[in-house]
Design a protein around this ligand. Structure first.
Ligand code: NAD
Length: 284
């Protein structure tokens, strides 16, 4: 039997409706327009595509996006000064740094400068720490999107065997915490894992975010597993994910497609976090 294909666009639409309502409520209460500012450094084509999608989504929920574009050659000191000014500016209700950033800049230093109250991506040590200890507030957008998908599909996580292929700060690490907070049993695998299949074959829920096309095929999948493909890879045939969709769809129970799966839900979750930082700034 063929797997059920999860409709990320539909889930994203539902999330956007709730965010639009929340933003409207805050605007009326405080009589102010939200100002969410993105710092974009250099000219990465994939970032440009993502920002275009995100800015359109912002408009749909009543947020006018503001992007500050800096040249590739900008110094770390200049960006840190900019972030500090935005931190202090009462008219700014949220800040994002668009990654990837040029190699001469330290992402840790930039993230550590952000005011956690305005940290839309939940990447500051305070927000990340809160996620780890189970006091989830501003959770990184992609892990939050994965959680929302599982919630929408009514998957109970307690006791489930979950395998994550990714150990990055924006995906694998916070996602591990979210699953542990819900009493799932989590295995985290990555590029140095000796035998990937040994882990994936036992997964009730498999999340793949390696960025390697067709890393995962039917040999890796437990029958009826829920397969969540986070990978976004541009190839000459268009955008693809980590999972060999045609092979895996005949064995998985549910599968998220690429495009149209995790991607749109991640954009919608970015809006969820914008509403949170907007509220943070107005209420405290
Ligand atoms: P990253 O390079 O920081 O992390 C990649 C991870 O994959 C690492 O943990 C690495 O060890 C692991 N990996 C690489 N090759 C592997 C292999 N052969 N076997 C097992 N593990 C392997 O990248 P990232 O920023 O975490 O993003 C990962 C992928 O997810 C990319 O394709 C990116 O475009 C995509 N992504 C998608 C969304 C979305 O909204 N859908 C959001 C963020 C990232």
């Amino acid at each position: 039997m063929s797997a059920e294909i999860v409709d990320g666009k539909k889930i994203a639409e539902k999330i956007r409706k709730n965010v639009a309502f929340e933003i409207q409520k805050l605007k009326l209460k405080y009589n102010i327009e939200p100002n969410i500012t993105t710092i974009k450094i250099g000219n990465n084509p994939e970032s440009n595509i993502y920002l275009k999608l995100r800015d359109t989504a912002c408009e749909k929920v009543g947020i006018k996006p503001k992007n500050i574009e800096l040249p590739e050659s900008v110094s770390e000191e200049e960006i840190i000064n900019l972030i500090s000014r935005l931190n202090e500016d009462k008219k700014v209700h949220g800040i994002l740094i668009q990654f990837p950033i040029p190699k001469h800049l330290s992402s840790d230093k930039l993230i550590n400068t952000l005011n956690p109250k305005k940290d839309v991506e939940g990447l500051t040590p305070l927000n990340m720490g809160k996620t780890i200890v189970g006091d989830e507030y501003i959770v990184p957008c992609t892990p939050l999107a994965i959680l929302k998908i599982l919630e929408e599909e009514k998957i109970r996580l307690q006791g489930k065997d979950v395998v994550i292929i990714n150990h990055s700060n924006i995906v694998g690490k916070p996602l591990t915490a979210l699953f542990l907070n819900r009493n799932a049993t989590v295995s985290v695998t990555h590029v140095f894992t000796k035998d990937l299949k040994k882990y994936t074959i036992g997964a009730d829920i498999l999340i793949s975010a390696s960025g390697i096309p067709k890393l995962i095929n039917k040999e890796h999948i437990k029958p009826d597993a829920f397969v969540i493909d986070v990978g976004i890879i541009k190839t000459s045939d268009g955008v693809t994910g980590d999972v060999d969709f045609e092979s895996v769809k005949n064995i998985a129970g549910k599968i998220t497609p690429v495009p149209g799966g995790v991607g749109p839900v991640t954009v919608a979750c970015s809006l969820v976090n914008m509403a949170k930082t907007f509220r943070n700034c107005m209420e405290k």
